[in-house]
Design a protein around this ligand. Structure first.
Ligand SMILES: [Zn+2]
Length: 431
């Protein structure tokens, strides 16, 4: 709760709620042919909305939220992400000739462009043609834009909002497009290896002990130098981030992801150089002043990566950081009612269920499908286990919760492309 208090003070006193001088638009019903005088509540909300904070718990679906709820808030408690005003569900299947279950690239493309595509595609259609992205459209509409993630800043989910490539692995090309084309004002996360050419280690040494496979591999020149030339303040640790000023910010806090994703006890580390709440607070500080509003994409990647490793302990750690981050965004919305906040996941990961810790007759075996835990339930002497059924993604629905203008649009069950439909009304309005 300290973040919330800090957030409120930081961003000033509550704004007087939408002074929206009741502009009356004529609404013509195609069926009745008659005209009505009152604008729909949704149309009004879209008009007064200026900012969007979109938060992705990568790989996060209902069971990840439930495990975190029990562990962090208790049997009768609620995560902050579950306290948001509106709630619904999204389906996530891609349009892929070979796949039924989505990856992060196709899922984020659905959000960012409203188009279903193949796995691995970064905002290109099934034929490989580039699509307009919300990040670029928001910029064109005069908004400030930003992305914050514990993955590589060029990883599939943020990339789909700010770049177009036929293959998600072209992360140096994605970084180049950030600096040359889409120009997000705030870029914070991992992935330094893609910004620097081979032989230029940067702030994070090549071949570190915790993962000797890491090292600079960029093929687009020194993109950090290019970013600085383009006016970005470049930072590599928490102290520098805290002191950074100016409207354009590039922070790279790791060679690849900002953690080491491994099975439990095999070198798994979740201890980001700068945590997600801190990065998100700085991003809001930086984007906040823009008169025409902003779009901020925020992602906790640890949920997905540790779910791939069936590592419940680390998934819960990542979920805790994600929920602290949601609390910061929610505090911002409380003082800035012209902001839509959306929290969801791009797909389920791990085929996770939450089960009794005391069921000796359970059918779970060893290896990938083994039970994981037991884990404590906050404020209780009871425990639960997390049971994984796969080390991959599944087609289970993802919950979506939202606060602020248009949030009620998320009630019901929709395909993931629906996110684009709602967000574009604020970020890419058609006049
Ligand atoms: Zn994944």
């Amino acid at each position: 709760m300290t973040e919330r208090v800090r957030g409120v003070r930081r961003w000033g006193a509550p704004l007087v709620a939408a002074v929206a001088a009741a502009t009356v638009t004529m609404v013509v019903s195609p069926t009745l042919g008659a005209s009505a005088t009152a604008p729909s509540p949704a149309a009004k909300a879209a008009k007064s909305a200026k900012n969007v904070i979109f938060i992705n718990g990568d790989g996060m679906a209902a069971a990840h939220r439930e495990a975190a709820r029990l562990n962090l808030a208790g049997l009768d408690g609620q995560l902050t992400m579950d306290k948001l005003a509106a709630s619904g569900q999204l389906t996530t299947s891609p349009h892929d000739p070979k796949a039924v279950i989505t990856d992060s690239a196709a899922a984020a493309t659905a959000w960012a462009t409203g188009e279903k595509t193949y796995n691995g595609a970064i905002s290109v259609d099934v034929d490989g043609n580039p699509l307009a992205t919300l990040g670029q459209q928001a910029k064109a509409a005069g908004k400030a834009t930003g992305l914050v993630t514990t993955a590589q800043v060029t990883d599939a989910s943020p990339a789909a909002f700010f770049a177009s490539t036929a293959n998600r692995s072209a992360q140096d090309e994605i970084a180049r497009q950030y600096i040359d084309v889409s120009k997000p004002d705030v870029i914070l996360g991992g992935g330094e290896d893609w910004w620097l050419p081979k032989g230029t280690p940067g702030a994070f040494p090549d071949q570190p002990a915790e993962d000797p496979a890491e090292g600079s591999v960029g093929t687009k020149g020194n993109l950090v130098a290019k970013a600085e030339k383009a006016g970005y303040t470049y930072v590599t640790d928490a102290k520098q981030l805290g002191k950074a000023k100016g409207g354009k910010l590039l922070g790279l806090f790791g060679n690849e992801e900002m953690f080491q994703q491994r099975p439990e006890g095999q070198g798994d580390v979740y201890s980001p150089v700068v945590d997600l709440p801190t990065m998100t607070t700085k991003a809001l500080d930086t984007l906040h002043g823009n008169k025409k509003g902003f779009f901020l994409f925020v992602e906790e990647e640890g949920v997905d990566e540790f779910a791939h490793n069936n590592n419940g302990t680390r998934v819960l750690q990542a979920m805790a950081q994600l929920d602290r981050t949601v609390a910061i965004a929610r505090a911002y919305v409380a003082t800035h009612p012209d902001t839509l906040l959306v929290v969801t996941g791009d797909h389920e990961c791990g085929g996770l269920t939450v089960e009794e810790a005391t069921d000796a007759a359970d059918e779970s075996g060893t290896g990938v499908s083994a039970e994981d835990g037991p884990f404590a339930i906050q404020g209780s002497d009871k425990q639960f286990v997390m049971d994984w059924t796969t080390s991959g993604h599944t087609g289970a629905d993802v919950p979506v919760t939202a606060d602020g203008p248009l949030s009620e649009q998320f009630s019901g069950k929709h395909p993931n492309t629906y996110v684009h439909q709602v967000l574009s009304r604020i970020l890419a309005p058609r006049h």
